[in-house]
Ligand binder design. Structure first.
Ligand code: CUA
Length: 184
């Protein structure tokens, strides 16, 4: 029993007020516009990469990441390996409570296949400051073909709440110029 029952018993059969109808039409039309904008932005925007998703066991993903770390680590940065994999190769970044590993060092204007997955819960890969966002799930890997076009230091922020250490979960990707590097 309601505290203030509607005066008309069949309240749901009232005719729609004109203003309400107008708002319903506006909201529905805008929803449609935004739906097609998603498709448009996929092609014309620079934030929504074409990603592929595959099922993968967490252990297998961890093994592949470790194999890359073992083979291509070039230095250590406060306990984290910095990995410089060969241009054109498959590169891995693994999410877990609460870290991204390893730190990747990629070459400008080279193409890589970037694989992302999680060992535990869902995390969010947010590459800053370019604002590329990908959801990262356990038992799936998201694979993107990337070609970094600007030298610099990029931050990876977890943007999917994953637990108490969520705000501490940051990673890093370096993009370096191969010519400058070989001068050293
Ligand atoms: Cu990982 Cu939030």
């Amino acid at each position: 029993m309601a505290i203030t029952p509607p005066s008309e018993r069949i309240w749901w059969k009232e005719p729609i007020a004109r203003v309400e109808l107008i708002w319903i039409v506006i909201a529905f039309t805008w929803g449609l516009v935004m739906f097609f904008m998603m498709i448009y932005w996929h092609g014309a925007g620079e934030q929504n990469l074409s990603s592929e998703a595959y099922q993968i066991k967490a252990e297998v993903f961890a093994e592949r990441t470790q194999a890359m770390i073992d083979e291509h680590t070039v230095r250590d940065e406060s306990g984290f390996p910095v990995v410089h994999p060969p241009a054109g190769s498959d590169v891995y970044m693994m999410a877990r409570l609460y870290q991204w590993s390893p730190i990747l060092e990629l070459e400008k204007d080279q193409t890589y296949r970037l694989h992302l997955s999680s060992l535990d819960v869902q995390h969010g890969f947010s590459l800053q400051p370019v604002n590329i966002n990908v959801q990262v799930h356990p038992d799936y890997e998201m694979v993107m073909t990337i070609r970094p076009d600007q030298v610099g230091e990029y931050g990876v922020v977890c943007n999917e709440f994953c637990g108490l250490g969520h705000h501490l979960m940051v990673g890093k990707i370096y993009v370096v110029d191969r010519e400058e590097q070989s001068d050293e």
